[in-house]
Every structure is written in C-alpha cells, then in structure tokens.
Design a binder for this molecule. Structure first.
Ligand code: FAD
Ligand code: SF4
Ligand code: SF4
Length: 1020
C-alpha cells in the first residue's frame, strides 16, 4: 500500500487509522481482494498498474488506492460496501473520474460504476422523469431520450464522459445553468446505501419515514439552530457547490431547489462527493428539448466592459424565449482560434473589428419571431450601453454550432501548452454576483500579475463563474504560489460575497476552504451530518469534513521528488522537451526541457486526465475503449501507465514492463487521440516508441518480422502468388499460420498478385521529364497497393492522366524492390529499418518537393507517415520539405478542383446513380483528410457520398489479422462500420485504407473500393 496518504478507517483520529491500514495494508488488501473475488461478480483489480490508473483524476493529485473494484451490478456494489465495512477499508465511488479537485482519488477501494452499472431503469415521458443507474454518461442518456423530445439539461462540458452519479456527487452545473439550474435543481430522488448497508429512498422530506426521517429531522434541527449563521455566511449565488446542502431546510439559493418550496432529502446527497452514501439510482427531472436557438455575439472593446455588461444581458430572459447562455471568449482565445486555419473563418464571421472579448448570448424557444425579437433587443441593449453595432446575429444553427466548437477548441489549445508548468485548476470556478464580476476579474488578474503568471478567462459569464487557470509548476515549488494565489483569490471572493467553490466541488483541493467559507459552526454541523450518515467514516474519508491541505505535495501527481528514469528514445520527442514561461506562455527551444527521457516523459505527461478519450461520439478516439470500456484500454489509462512506468512507479523495468505491454496491446495506433485529445496525446507514436524499446531488449517475434519485412520480401514472394494464396483456400494452412505465427485462421489474408504494379509495363514520365513538366505529379505507390491491389495504383494513374498531369511513378518500375515509407517497420517498432527506408524514399522525393511538385499517395497510413512519424526519425529539413509536398490523391484533386484546374477531368466523369457510402481511414481522419474524399467524389455527376460515422474499422494494419485480436477487431467493426454497410445493400462502399477494405470484405462480404478506382471507373 502506498504510504503517501492518510486514510481514516474508523472513529479514530486520522493518523492512527492511517498507521493501522499502512501496517496491515498487504494483509487487508489481500483479504479484501479475496472476498471481493469470492463474493461478488465484479472485477477485482489490485495490480500496481490498475491501482495507478485509478490514482488520479482531472486534478493535480495522485493517491494510490488499495485496490479497484468494478461492479457488474448494483448488487455487487452493495456487497463491496459490506465487505469494506467488515474489513474497515474506506471506499471511494467513481464515475468518469473527471473531477478537477481530487474527489475520486483516495487510499481505499475505488469503485468504478461507469463500466457496467449504467442502465436507464425507467423513463416517464408524461411526467418528464427518468430513473438511471449512476454509471450512465450524460450524452448516452440524452441520446436515449432524444426520441421522447426530452433531455437532461445539466449540460456540463464533459457531457461525453461525465456520469450522472459523478455529476450528482459534484452538484455539477452546465453552460445553460442560468436557464436550468445545477444538478441539485434537477434531481428528484435517489436510492442510496449509507455505510451501514441500509438502502434508503431519498426523496421528499415529508414522505420520509423510519431511519431516514430521523436523519432528516436531525439535519433540519441543525439548520434551525444555525439559522443566523446560515443567513449571514451562506453565499447567495446560484453556483455554490462547496460543503453540504444544509440550505435545503433554509433556502439561500436565488433559484430554490424545488419548485414548490418543499424539502427533498436527495438534495443533501447532491454535492456530497460520495461522502454520505453510495448512490444506487437517481430519479431525474427532464426538460423539453429546445425547439429553436439563436445566438448573438457581442463584441467588446475591453474585457472589463464585457464583464460589466453581463448583469444587464441576463435581464433579457423571458417574453417567449429563454436566455440560456452567456459565455465568454477572451482576447487570447480569439487570437488562438484565428491562428488555426480550420477555425479562422468561423471566428472572423463573429468579429467586428478587433474586440478584446466576446460574449456568446444564446436564446432558446419555440417561437422564431420571439427569438428574432430577442436578438433585436440584445442589439438595442448594447446600443444603450454605449456599444451600438457590436452584435453579430447568428440565427442559423450551422454557424452557431461552429462557434461553440471554436470556443471549445480555444480551451484545448490553451491546455496543450508544453513544459512542466501547467494551467492548474484550483480557483477556476469561484462564483461572484454579476454586479461584481468586472471588478472581481480585474482584481484577480492583478493577483496573477503579482505572482508572475496570467490567466485566460472563459466560460459562464451568465452566472458569474468564469474559468481561469494560472500556470504553475508543482515540481518546482509552485505549491506555495498556489496557496498564495488561492488566499488572495479567496479574499476577493469574500469581498464580493461570492462562492469559493462554484462548479467543480471541494475534493482535496478546496475542502480546507469550507470552514473559511461557512465559518466554524456550520463546518462543525457538516461534521455532524457526516457522522450521522457515515459514523464509521467509511465513505470517501477526508473529503468535505476533516480535509487535507490543498498544497500537501505528498498528495500530488508531480511532487517535488518526482523523477523520470533516464532513457534514450528511438524517436525524436524533443519538441516536448521544453519549459514554458507562465507569464507569456512562450516555450524554450526543443530539447532544453531537461527531460531524462528526452521529451518522451513530457509528451506522456501532457495527459491531464480530463477523460475526453472516454467519449463515444462521431470521432475516432478511442476505438479500443469503445469496445472494452476498460480504463486500461483508453488513451488516459495508457498515458497514466506510461507515466507511472517512466517514473519508476511500476518498478525498475521502466517502459519495458508487462504492465505497459498490457495497456498498449489493444491500441490500434489509429491516431484518433493525436487529433481529438485536447492536449494532443499521440498514443500511436508512443506505442511505436514502446515497441522499439521492447524490441531492443526482448527482440521481435517471427510474426513481427514477417509483417515488418513485407516490403523487402514482397518482390520475391509475389512470384509465388498462387502458392502463397493457397493459405486462403486450405483451412489446414490457415490453422498452421495461426499456430506458428499467431495470424488468425478466421481471417483471409491479402491476396498476392503474380502480375502486380511493379512488374507490369513501366508507366509514366521519367524523373527528368517530370522535373521539367509544367503540371507534374509524383505518384507514390506503396507496398500494399503495388503488390496486392495494383488496380488501385493503375486507377490513380489513369485519373491523374485524365486530369492532364505529367505523372512520375516514384516506385521503381521493375527489378528488385520499390520505394517504401517504412510503415510496416514502424508498426512493429523497428525504427532503425524504418529510418533506412524513409531515408531512401526522401532521397528520391526531395528534388520534386524542392520544386513544388506534389507527391501523391494512395494508402493513408503510408502517405501520411511522411507527414507524421517520418518527421520524428531525425531526418532533418528534407523530411519537412517532403511532408509539405505529400498529399493523398483526394487532397490533391480537391485542391486542384477548388483552384479551377480540374475541368478536364470533371468533363470526363460519367454520372453515377448508385448510393455512395464512405468510410474514412483513421489516419485520414486524424489529418482532416476525409472531407476532400467527399469533395472529390462529388465531382462525379449525380454522386451523393454519405460519410459513415465510424471510429476505427478494427483492422488497423496487422492488428485485426492477429488471432488474439480477432474478436476485438470484429467488435470494433460492428460498432458502426459493418452495420452501416449491411444497412445499405445497394451502395458502393468507398474506403481508401487497404485494411479497411479487407475488414468490409471479411465482415460484410462486400467489396469496398478505393476512391481512385471509382473515379477511374467513371471516366468516359
Ligand atoms: C475539461 C473539464 C471540463 C469540465 N466542465 C465542467 C462543467 O462544465 N460543469 C461542471 O459542473 N463540471 C465540469 N467539470 C468537472 C467534472 O467533469 C464534473 O464534475 C462531472 O460531473 C464529474 O463526472 P464524473 O462521472 O467524472 O464523476 P467523478 O469525477 O468520477 O465523481 C464525482 C464525484 O461523485 C462521486 N460519485 C461518483 N459515483 C458515485 C456513486 N455511485 N455514489 C456516490 N458518489 C458517487 C465521486 O466519489 C466524486 O466525489 C469539468 C472537468 C473537466 C476536466
Ligand atoms: S489522453 Fe487526452 S483526452 Fe484522454 S484524458 Fe488524457 S488529455 Fe484527456
Ligand atoms: S491511437 Fe487510437 S487506439 Fe490508440 S490510444 Fe489513441 S485513439 Fe486509442
């Protein structure tokens, strides 16, 4: 058991209880694991890596739990509670683990509800209620509710990964809380176990009976006794989430918790952070889905004016339309967004001149005329406030959506700051009354300046909760600075009569501020509430009551004694090996960050545990998690495993450990995380690094060698095509292949071609001709399209010729070997061989790149290697130059078409009347290269390509061919790709990835085609 953290297991004082558990740790842990395994059906995870993966959440803290339990049913959770009580082991309930204050880290048994206990138990559309289990994710609930025209409106930014149990635990609040309130306003009831194992039905106080009534009566008495203190000390703002909701008996909230003034005991659990009871189910109040929305973007010349106007803008609510959001975007975010080519047009459309801040003002309602009126009133109001002509009206949904995306992305860019200093969340949700917002933000900005830092402000201006994170480096003593800033910020919060904890809860970070906020008597009453519900101090001890110091570095993920095991990486990670300046956010030169792992550790540490990789939306990240829902198989779990390994917390083996192997095993290298993770964690590249390190120590398997060296032996092997292809016809050979090589017998393998692209008649212009031609293109034919599907390469050649280009084929036309990007070597971690192959290819391509001749490729994973991993091989400026010239065929054609240079080709395309389904290869998605495929297909008259909203196809190079991955591979395909293909039997399926086409063939018995083939087919 980790000795860093105090726990309390009984009514003793905290220190002696900790000593007891620490002394007995191994024995208690052993008995706990044994009983959980014997008496429940849940998963019992007690390995160092499993515990490590649950030792952190989106806060700065790390506390190693004694073990992790993943219940399969709520009955399992109850049994675990009983076992913990018997053994006097504290427990910490957990949902998505996205808390920012350390609520879900603790030394006891962490119980993860999110994997299995996530049912929707009941929906009553008439009454607008739903009963759910705690592990269900908000977006998943709302997706299920959509057909009823209802939703659960507490729209937290983490809606794709936050669970209802966790949201209730934290009393979470959404962007639209001004219209809908916080969790506490939208929970009608809860079933929950107190630590004695009794299941209570928390609901209206007047209906309560038995022990629950007695609990409620005592709390009511406390509230009555403390009435003067409550009236004097309690923050009178909507966003107060610190402490327990003692004010259910004496309302202090501008929006009362119930519509009829009654008292609901479930509201006592909301915001209690798992310290009072273990939630079994929640009864939720649903709302009608908004019928229409409009957005007014107000441009302010100064930040102060924006803050000062919020209090006037919120008065525009009512009269046929509700004001649902007033969200801030500050100058820094505007600038960051303008630097991003994808977002710049959207932002520009919202700007008038060069504003210092924007307020995004949203109105909702069913009546379009009322909504239009609201926008007019907003403009009028701004005129009255001295800012005529400052509103950009956005009545249509598409620009609104685009602008909300920009706001999210701006935050992501901020979070992706490299170096040890990180934007830290500890005062980021203080809530102040709107009339003081402007002064509060100015004064806090001053505080930051005094401490050599600065803050980027964003979020909920409507309710006086603005997010801001100063940059701090806990490894270099900034814990003290954090306390100083917190103290000065708290003085401001008090001055302006606000709430110190206004959205993200107390956890380890703000527990000590509860006494400060509410005074000693109310704090003692909180202690009594805790003892009433949990006399054994079993449930999340030391949260809210008896909390630790926020700056106790023993509780931190990066304490001052944090060390990284020195390592020489195979790839170049120096871009991450930097430090930053907290005031300017400028970073030092690559390679100067003093990372003993030369940037690899810092790249891994970019994961701040926000849990976004647990999403299931239209994006790619993270296919393996989508199938297993196991923390070990999500990008966050992998990054945590790597971090723990690199810092020696999993033993002396460092990176090359079984734990790392296990965590990375199901990573398909799709690069979904590279694009979609807010901080750009690139697990695909990290897996290559791991494989390289492991290969150096352990060598490579026969299967890995066979895969890696495919480009080398392909010219020879293709001569025996009929013989080798027997493997797909004779089950005995497939069986043998599985036994000897681990390649699944249930899979067909790509068919060798005796007559392939490289031994056919030489095509195209010579190097010299191309270098001199006016409209030249280099066609880079990869191993897969060259040896297995040469019709794709030939089709691409025909299409380019039809476009009037002089085509030079970069592959050797005959004889031995061809040019190769090194992908198969990278996929197995053979970085040295990949380097050699890539070097050879660059030598050939560089003269073209230097002359601006586009280099066009067909297989996304090969061509895009040139724009990605090749740059990390240390090949210098040549790699950058080639990368800039490297384009997928459709990227090139789309660019040419929009420049008006593709008319010849367009005129030759025959109409198409079959439906088209398009599946994007993961790497295409990661590089934003799917839209060009759709654009190019639309050049075919009559074509209406539909994109399949799919994650990874599950094949991912060799992954899906491996016997031990076959099942997971098929599950990935069945998530959306294969059902979509089966659902459109008439459609032509377009997929540029060789392995994606293979998966469609194996899984749906349909032939998908490369876009090049379709285009060539349509040539008149
Ligand atoms: C980038 C980012 C943006 C965020 N944006 C918002 C935002 O807009 N609004 C907002 O309010 N918050 C926000 N948060 C904070 C956090 O996402 C929310 O508090 C979220 O609701 C937590 O959900 P979760 O499932 O991750 O809960 P967890 O973090 O897993 O748990 C939260 C609390 O609930 C308790 N709990 C969980 N399950 C149970 C159970 N079955 N019984 C009893 N207690 C239980 C836990 O012990 C813990 O105390 C944000 C966080 C991040 C990282
Ligand atoms: S990997 Fe990225 S998305 Fe996942 S938790 Fe870490 S930072 Fe968030
Ligand atoms: S590369 Fe793909 S599978 Fe691997 S962690 Fe990232 S999103 Fe998940």
């Amino acid at each position: 058991m980790n000795a860093r953290v105090p726990v309390t297991v009984g009514p003793q004082d905290a220190d002696s209880a900790y000593d007891t558990v620490a002394r007995l740790g191994n024995e208690v842990a052993g008995r706990l694991a044994q009983r959980l395994a014997a008496e429940t059906t849940g998963e019992v995870l007690f390995s160092a890596a499993d515990r490590g993966r649950y030792a952190t959440d989106a806060s700065i803290y790390q506390v190693m739990p004694v073990g992790v339990f993943v219940p399969r049913t709520s009955e399992d959770a109850r049994l675990a509670l009983d076992i913990c009580r018997d053994l006097k082991v504290p427990l910490v309930p957990r949902g998505g683990g996205t808390s920012q204050c350390g609520q879900t880290v603790g030394a006891g048994l962490v119980i993860d509800f999110s994997r299995h206990v996530r049912g929707v138990l009941e929906v009553d559309a008439q009454q607008r209620t739903a009963v759910v289990e705690p592990g269900i994710v908000l977006d998943h609930l709302n997706a299920q509710l959509k057909k009823t025209g209802l939703w659960y409106p507490v729209d937290v930014s983490t809606s794709a990964q936050a669970t209802l149990g966790g949201m209730a635990g934290n009393n979470s609040c959404g962007s639209r809380s001004i219209a809908y309130g916080n969790m506490v306003h939208n929970v009608l009831g809860a079933q929950a176990w107190t630590s004695d194992g009794v299941l209570h039905r928390f609901g209206r106080f007047e209906d309560a009976a038995g022990p629950l009534r007695a609990l409620g009566e005592r709390v009511r008495q406390l509230a009555a006794d403390l009435a003067p203190e409550i009236d004097a000390q309690w923050p009178k703002v909507l966003r107060r989430v610190g402490g327990y909701n003692l004010d259910i008996f004496r309302n202090q909230n501008p929006r009362p918790y119930t519509g009829d003034g009654s008292v609901n005991l479930a509201h006592l659990l909301v915001g209690s952070e798992g310290t009072l009871a273990l939630t079994r189910s929640l009864t939720l109040q649903l709302s009608e889905l908004p019928r229409g929305k409009v957005l007014g973007v107000v441009n302010f010349p100064t930040f102060y004016q924006a803050m000062d106007s919020a209090r006037h803008i919120v008065k525009l609510d009512g009269d046929g339309a509700s004001l649902t959001a007033v969200e801030l975007v500050d100058r820094t975010m505007i600038e960051l967004s303008l630097q991003n080519p994808a977002f710049a047009p959207t932002v520009r459309a919202a700007l008038i001149g060069q504003p210092d801040a924007l307020l995004l003002v949203e109105f909702c309602g069913a009546d379009p005329a009322a909504l239009r009126r609201k926008l007019a009133q907003l403009s009028e109001l701004m005129g009255e406030l001295g800012l005529p002509g400052s509103v950009v009206e956005m009545p249509d949904e598409a620009p609104q959506k685009a602008l909300w995306e920009v706001r999210k992305a701006g935050l992501n860019i901020m979070m992706s700051l490299r170096g040890d200093g990180k934007p830290v969340s500890f005062i980021e949700d203080c809530a102040v009354p709107l009339e003081h917002l402007a002064e509060y933000t100015s004064a806090l900005t001053e505080v930051f300046h005094r401490h050599g830092s600065r803050g980027t402000w964003y979020a909920h201006a409507s309710v006086g909760t603005l997010h801001v994170r100063p940059i701090l480096d806990m490894r270099r003593g900034d814990a003290r600075k954090m306390r100083q800033i917190a103290e000065e910020a708290s003085a401001l919060v008090r001055q302006y009569k606000g709430a110190y904890s206004g959205e993200h809860g107390d956890g380890l970070c703000r527990g000590e501020w509860i006494r400060w906020q509410f005074g000693p008597r109310i704090d003692e009453a909180f202690g009594e509430i805790k003892r009433l519900f949990d006399p054994l101090d079993l449930l999340s001890p030391q949260r809210i009551v008896n909390p630790p110091k926020m700056d106790d570095t023993r509780l931190m993920r990066f304490p001052p004694d944090y060390r990284v095991i020195p390592l020489t990486p195979a790839l170049d990670w120096s871009a991450w090996d930097v430090q930053n300046d907290p005031a300017t956010e400028r970073t030092t030169a690559p390679g100067t960050g003093q990372d003993p792992a030369r940037g690899l550790a810092k790249a891994v540490e970019m994961c701040n545990n926000n849990g976004h990789c647990r999403k299931f939306d239209a994006g790619t990240m993270c296919p393996s998690y989508r199938v297993t829902r196991d923390e070990k198989h999500v990008t966050r779990g992998r990054a945590n495993t790597l971090r723990l390994a690199l810092s020696g917390q999993l033993g002396t083996q460092g990176l090359v450990s079984d734990e790392v192997h296990e965590a990375l095993d199901l990573c398909v290298g799709c690069k979904g995380c590279k694009r979609e993770c807010p901080t750009g964690v690139d697990m695909a590249r990290m897996k290559i690094e791991y494989q390289a390190q492991a290969g150096r120590v352990q060598g490579w398997s026969l299967k890995d060698r066979l895969i890696a060296h495919l480009p080398a032996y392909a010219p020879f092997a293709s001569r025996f095509a009929p013989l080798l292809n027997l493997r797909n016809r004779l089950p005995a050979l497939a069986w043998l292949g599985e036994k000897l090589l681990g390649l699944s017998a249930r899979r067909s393998l790509p068919e060798w071609q005796g007559r392939h692209f490289f031994n056919g008649a030489a095509l195209g212009a010579t190097r010299e001709e191309a270098l001199q031609a006016e409209r030249a293109v280099v066609l880079f034919v990869d191993t897969f399209n060259g040896y297995f599907e040469s019709e794709v390469a030939r089709a691409a050649y025909r299409v380019l010729q039809a476009g009037g280009y002089t085509v030079h084929v970069a592959a050797k036309q005959s004889g031995s070997g061809h040019l190769c990007c090194g992908r198969t070597y990278l996929a197995t971690g053979m970085v040295d061989q990949a380097l050699a192959k890539a070097g050879e290819l660059l030598d050939h391509l560089l003269p073209f790149a230097e002359r601006g001749v586009p280099i066009v490729g067909l297989e996304p994973s090969c061509l895009l290697t040139l724009r990605d991993e090749t740059l990390a091989l240390g090949l210098g400026p040549a790699a950058d130059q080639v990368a800039q010239a490297a384009l997928l065929l459709e990227e090139f054609l789309a660019r040419e078409a929009s420049a008006g240079r593709l008319d010849t080709l367009k005129q030759r395309l025959k109409p198409l009347d079959t439906p088209l389904l398009v599946h994007g290869h993961c790497h295409q998605k990661a590089f934003g290269a799917v839209t060009p495929v759709l654009e190019v297909l639309k050049l075919i008259p009559g074509a209406q390509p539909q994109l399949i909203e799919s994650s990874c196809c599950g094949m991912a190079g060799s992954f899906g061919y491996e016997a031990r991955h076959h099942e997971v591979s098929m599950q990935m395909a069945e998530l959306s790709l294969l059902p979509a293909v089966r659902g459109a039997p008439q459609a032509t399926v377009v997929a540029d990835g060789t392995s994606c086409r293979h998966q469609v063939r194996d899984g749906a018995q349909r032939e998908a085609v490369h876009a090049a083939v379709l285009l060539a087919q349509q040539l008149a």
